[in-house]
Design a protein around this ligand. Structure first.
Ligand code: ZN
Length: 237
């Protein structure tokens, strides 16, 4: 039987703390998806955090990241998290509601979000520690400087998607395997592109949207798959 080597890519496990539920949501005006992403492109602190994660990903054999807590409409408090050596994962203590998480993948890991990264978004939602699905943000940068953001555009669709793929270990493994198979089948297009196309395929009808950053982390373009199967990037408006 063919044994697939996917375990090394598993990343971002959540450590679930029990008993602390988030406080009642206050209704505050929030930014739209495009407003948020475009403002982050001009947010010096956010850019600096991505730069430092990028630098770390080139030197380290462990993951580092920051848990995000909004302090205003468009700025965050950053809580640093560090993974273990040679372990492609980070434990995040979700004992309080969070606004997002950004992290880095060191050399030889996926240059983009792993299946576990996507599942972690659902897990945060499921344990009721996502402060606001409309503004929740997941970010990653690789050691080659590829950077991506993920946002929830349609929470109803995302719930269905999560229930379909992330509620049992078996369905999660199926998801992980088909992501891997797709990516391998697209390798001739180049490693990064193979991951980008296969992730977009996996995220079809997920209610999630993907953005790609530039090397300065001051521009984020929305990524979609065109009808010809190729990638389309566009300014979010
Ligand atoms: Zn990750």
């Amino acid at each position: 039987m063919k044994q697939k080597n996917i375990l090394p890519y598993v990343t971002l496990f959540l450590f679930m703390a029990i008993g602390c539920k988030k406080e009642n949501n206050q209704i505050e005006p929030t930014l739209s998806t495009c407003e948020q992403v475009n403002q982050l492109a001009e947010n010096a602190e956010f850019i600096a955090k991505f730069q430092s994660l990028y630098e770390e990903s080139k030197m380290n054999n462990y993951e580092t990241g920051y848990v995000l807590f909004l302090t205003s409409k468009s700025s965050y408090a950053y809580e640093r998290v560090v993974g273990e050596q040679n372990k492609a994962s980070i434990n995040i203590d979700v004992d309080k509601a969070l606004d997002g998480f950004i992290h880095c993948h060191y050399s030889n890991l996926f240059p983009i979000f792993s299946a576990s990264d996507i599942r972690a978004v659902y897990d945060v939602y499921e344990v009721d520690q996502m402060k606001n699905p409309q503004t929740f943000l997941l970010g990653v940068v690789s050691e080659a400087g590829e950077s991506y953001l993920l946002k929830i555009e349609d929470i109803g669709l995302f719930k269905q998607f999560g229930q379909q793929y992330f509620q049992s270990l078996q369905s999660f493994h199926n998801f992980e395997n088909s992501y891997y198979d797709k990516q391998q089948s697209l390798l001739s297009k180049g490693r990064t592109v193979s991951f980008e196309i296969s992730l977009l395929d996996m995220l079809e009808n997920s209610g999630l949207v993907l953005f790609k950053g530039n090397l300065q982390f001051n521009r984020w373009l929305r990524m979609e798959k065109g009808t010809d199967g190729n990638l389309i990037t566009s300014v979010c408006r």
